[in-house]
Design a protein around this ligand. Structure first.
Ligand code: PLP
Length: 241
């Protein structure tokens, strides 16, 4: 069995190769270690191997791990976020990837204002229109981004998607290409897209690609890939943290 460190090196090498194939600069791509269901010692192994970006999909799990990990970790909320839980993580995460309604964005804006901070968010899009998935439809996207971008104490930095599960990652190429194009079209209209936060970049941020399809996602313009199994191994949901 390979170690977490070896897995990270392997994923990074694949990202580098995908950047070379598509003529992209590797500095544009941030690898997020998706550590949901995994215990802190495993996260620390990834941390010691150089990882600083960690993705979680449950508020409680972020709260449990937050104090046990070094303070320079950047936490990414990548899962469905209930409005009533925004207040618990608003000052702990650097980017919320999974904003899919105006209602949720309004609560994020309100909680950020209370703490006098500005929260960076991505709008989650259900590109393939799968019933089981969260995210706004492509047809509602533009209106939603416009309404959200008007809120104070929040910056729309780009888009996120969870692509369908496929055996051959090529099948998701058109989904990623589609999201990239929408990201370019929509976020270029936003005024202050270039500003600070955890990720100082004048490009729109695009969170797409998981263990099964991150290579293709990078080729199609991902700036964040979210890799869990490929770093930490299979998840066992029966174990509680
Ligand atoms: C679990 C999860 C991932 C990581 O999935 P793997 O296939 O294990 O890499 C990525 N994104 C989201 C939103 C997830 O919930």
């Amino acid at each position: 069995m390979s170690t977490i460190k070896e897995n990270i090196e392997n994923v990074k090498a694949n990202i580098k190769a995908a950047c070379e194939r598509s003529g992209r600069n590797i500095d544009e791509v941030t690898l997020i270690a998706v550590s949901k269901t995994k215990p802190v010692p495993m996260l620390m192994e990834a941390y010691d191997a150089g990882m600083r970006d960690f993705g979680e999909n449950k508020v409680q799990e972020i709260l449990d791990k937050y104090d046990k990990m070094p303070s320079d970790v950047r936490w990414h909320m990548i899962g469905h976020l209930q409005t009533n839980k925004v207040k618990y993580i608003i000052d702990k995460v650097c980017l919320i990837h999974s904003v899919d309604s105006l209602h949720l964005a309004q609560e994020i804006s309100k909680q950020a204002a209370k703490r006098d901070i500005t929260m960076d968010i991505l709008v989650e899009v259900n590109v393939a229109g799968e019933e089981s998935k969260f995210g706004t439809s492509l047809s509602d996207l533009k209106e939603l981004v416009k309404s959200i971008a008007a809120l104070p104490n929040l910056r729309v930095r780009g888009l996120m998607t969870v692509a369908p599960y496929v055996v051959d990652e090529e099948e998701n190429r058109s989904i990623f290409a589609n999201l990239y194009q929408n990201c370019v079209d929509i976020t270029s209209d936003l005024s202050d897209n270039s500003t600070r936060g955890c990720f100082d970049s004048d490009r729109p941020l695009l969170s797409m690609g998981m263990t099964g399809d991150y290579r293709v996602a990078v080729e199609e313009g991902a700036t964040f890939v979210r890799v869990g199994t490929g770093i930490f191994g299979e998840r066992d949901y029966s174990i509680s943290i």
